[in-house]
Design a protein around this ligand. Structure first.
Ligand code: FAD
Length: 461
């Protein structure tokens, strides 16, 4: 076990001397914002440093190696796995001030941004130039683009457009030893050397601090059309998902909410939800105006044939906005209504979604919790929100979580589709990865960070 230094008065004054005093937050109240993310975990930082440029990041990391204290990169703090929390103490390095969109190059369809830019702000700015940055994680009004890259975030559009990694051409980062590095290219293609860009992406702040990103943009689709389909059985909703995809359609979103979620947020929907409804599918297609109208009609027909009880077109932007707001509100309402809230974001091959959701009542009964299921049905990434009105039986709940994850792996799935491992899920890592894979990954970590100062204690049990 590595012994880390606490942040002594000497270290604090060296940081002030090297970086300047105005980036330091060490007032207890102001630091409270940084002791949490969107998970249930809480760890107080000894000190928070809000950097303004990558040179400050370098200086901080050099001091961390000299004095051996942990540094934990933090973007918007919207993570759901405790990845940005100082579990072993140390300095939280906030990128929130490095939030500029440096350029949007409409000729080459490339944007240069600082890592702390808020995802929604970036998408809006790009959209104004009729360009599109597809990754749309539901927490994007809070998350940063650097955090999205560090977790390889994805959202509803993943089914058609992929995740953050598919839109990052290159990175500027500071390695744990304090040296800056530029990875990747500004071109669509590039195969020179190992792909360090995609090694840093998804590394959850353990291999380097991302300070800037070169992003690939695509033309903004000219039209979007949507439909909401209500089903009286969850398996038939899932069958509709596979039918739509296997019949050659590629929607830009296929989301679902189960009956429990609908009971919580149904009142916010712009239509009535009949009592016997078991699942809602939200399907959108994008592209040329004529094409999206035709395609959404065919998709509605497929849903009807599979047994959709109600089909509600959502073509005007206000209706679509309302429906997406409801989808966004689900996890917040579940969280607010439960004494215990564990968010699992498993993914299974889409043909296995039905088998997984069919097993959920069995797990609820056996382990005494309530599961709200919703998420990205189009790519099999199901959010299982495991809740209880008491925190008294945590052991039993954890056994139940492990049993569900084991079933997911049996179904050829993965224990995390997008939230990452961080602190919250590291005990489950060996369920999915072999000992050899974990050994190799730990060796990679050592090459990048021999003194283990960058976000220590994360990912690996
Ligand atoms: C309501 C809600 C809905 C969500 N929906 C989705 C969803 O649909 N899809 C999805 O993928 N996620 C979702 N999330 C989770 C979260 O928004 C993502 O994980 C997001 O990518 C985190 O970004 P952040 O800037 O908030 O990172 P943080 O929470 O600050 O950090 C997350 C991890 O990234 C590291 N990190 C952050 N910035 C950097 C950097 N510049 N350099 C190196 N490492 C860094 C941290 O150390 C940490 O390990 C949701 C969260 C909420 C609250």
């Amino acid at each position: 076990m590595i012994q880390y230094s606490p942040i002594t008065e000497e270290i604090r004054s060296r940081i002030v001397h090297e970086l300047g005093g105005d980036c330091i937050v060490d007032d207890a109240d102001a630091k409270k914002v940084y002791d949490r993310d969107a998970s249930e975990l809480r760890f107080s930082p000894e000190l928070v440093v809000r950097v303004q440029d990558s040179d400050q990041v370098s200086r901080l990391l050099k001091l961390a190696n000299q004095y051996r204290f942990p540094v934990i990169p933090r973007g918007g703090g919207s993570g759901l796995a405790g990845g940005c929390l100082p579990v072993l103490g140390g300095v939280v390095l906030s990128l929130e001030r490095m939030n500029r969109i440096l350029s949007v190059d409409t000729a080459n369809l490339v944007a240069e941004v600082q890592a702390g830019a808020i995802t929604q702000t970036l998408r809006d700015a790009i959209q104004k130039k009729s360009l599109f940055f597809p990754p749309d994680p539901a927490g994007m009004d809070q998350s940063t683009i650097g955090g999205n890259a560090a977790t390889n975030a994805g959202g509803p559009s993943c089914v058609k457009y992929g995740t953050t990694k598919d839109y990052v051409l290159g990175l500027e980062a500071v390695l744990p030893n304090g040296r800056p590095i530029r990875t990747g290219t500004r071109t669509r293609k590039g195969v020179v050397g190992y792909d360090l860009t995609h090694l840093l992406i998804g590394s959850e702040g353990t291999l380097g601090v991302i300070t800037g990103l070169t992003l690939k943009l695509i033309p903004l689709p000219r039209a979007v059309a949507g439909t909401s389909a209500l089903f009286t059985s969850l398996p038939s909703a899932m069958q509709a998902v596979t039918e739509v995809l296997s019949k050659g359609h590629l929607p830009s979103a296929i989301e679902f909410l189960d009956a429990k979620c609908l009971a919580l947020v149904g009142d916010l929907l712009p239509f009535d939800v009949p009592g016997q409804t078991s699942a809602l599918l939200i399907i959108e297609v994008d592209g040329a105006p004529q094409q999206v109208d035709n395609e959404i009609n065919v998709i509605q027909q497929i849903c009807h044939e599979i047994g959709a009880a109600h089909l509600l077109p959502a073509s005007d932007p206000e209706q679509r906005r309302q429906i997406w707001e409801v989808r966004r509100q689900v996890s917040l309402r579940i969280h607010d209504n439960s004494a215990l809230y564990i968010s699992e974001d498993v993914a299974v091959p889409i043909a296995h979604i039905s088998a997984l959701v069919a097993d959920l009542p069995k797990f609820e009964k056996q382990y005494g919790f309530k599961i709200y299921a919703f998420g990205h049905a189009g790519d099999g990434n199901i959010h299982l929100n495991i809740t209880s009105q008491t925190r008294n039986h945590l052991d039993r709940v954890e056994k139940g979580v492990a049993a569900i994850l084991s079933r997911v792996i049996q179904l050829d799935g993965t224990i995390s589709g997008e939230h990452g491992i961080g602190e919250a899920k590291k005990k489950y890592l060996p369920m999915e990865l072999s000992a050899e894979s974990i050994r190799l990954q730990k060796e990679i970590k050592k090459v990048f960070d021999p003194n283990m100062i960058l976000n220590p204690g994360k990912i690996f049990p």
